[in-house]
Design a protein around this ligand. Structure first.
Ligand code: ADP
Ligand code: MG
Length: 238
């Protein structure tokens, strides 16, 4: 896998609090353990910098001798834009009398893209959540030609939420998009059938299911679970 082709995956979701950071941090660890020169970014944070810290921790943890030579990023590189108010980044920035422009963010993302073979970028909120002046995650995905990864809780309502998010993507990106259903601690009546139903509307091989990993799970044991490894390996086969 260390020869994985250069790619950028953009981790977005149907909502905030759906498991984007869980997926980003786990996937990053998995890739780096597998010898891939991978990095993850959370370019814009509002409210707290916890997501960027989780990514920093996942990146700093060198578990494989092969990944020792891989470069690390500082917290400020993982998250160049941080605003204190726990609201949409666009408004949080305005409260701090700041503005974030699309061109600045793209320049920063492209500079990091050049340094790594695989780059994961976590958006904030969902696909259309306002990130800065006149742009959202969809604009970043489109400009970077990134592979969209849509994270959604695996419960009743997921099919509608995923289809609405897919619908909002330009057609060429829609067919490339991956969907990751995050299973809740207690499955509901739809948890077991969502993936199959979704497969009637998009390619089955683009749909992935991750299990509930526990309330305070540790990454290392979780990354040894065959079901998690299988899913991340398939997600890496882009
Ligand atoms: N598969 C999962 N197993 C265990 N906990 C999960 C899982 N998916 C999400 N969570 C939990 O749900 C909460 C929100 O997840 P997070 O990744 O921070 O969401 P987002 O980045 O989309 O806002 C966190 O407490 C996280 O640990
Ligand atoms: Mg997050």
């Amino acid at each position: 896998m260390s020869g994985m082709k250069r790619t950028t995956l953009f981790i977005t979701g149907t909502d905030t609090g759906v498991g984007k950071t869980v997926l980003t941090a786990l996937f990053l660890r998995y890739l780096r353990q597998s010898g891939v020169n991978a990095a993850a970014l959370k370019p814009i944070c509002s409210g707290s910098r916890d997501d960027a810290r989780k990514i920093f921790a996942a990146m700093a943890k060198v578990q494989s001798p092969r990944s020792k030579a891989q470069s690390l990023l500082r917290l400020n590189e993982i998250n160049p834009w941080y605003f204190r108010a726990p609201i949409a980044p666009l408004l949080a920035a305005r409260r701090d009398k700041k503005s974030v422009e699309l061109t600045q963010v793209l320049a920063s993302l492209r500079a990091t893209q050049k340094r790594f073979d695989v780059l994961l970028i976590e958006g904030a909120g969902g696909l259309l959540s306002p990130l800065g002046e006149n742009f959202n995650s969809r604009d970043l995905i489109t400009a970077l030609r990134a592979m969209p990864v849509i994270v959604c809780p695996n419960r009743l309502g997921a099919v509608n939420q995923v289809l609405m998010t897919l619908e909002a993507l330009p057609q060429p990106l829609r067919v490339k998009a991956r969907v990751v259903l995050m299973s809740p601690p207690k499955p509901d009546a739809a948890t077991g059938s969502n993936a199959k139903l979704l497969a009637e509307f998009c390619r089955a091989r683009n749909i992935f299911v991750l299990p509930w990993l526990g309330r305070r799970f540790a990454a290392d044991p979780v990354l040894r679970l065959p079901v998690v490894r299988r899913t991340l390996r398939a997600l890496a086969a882009v």
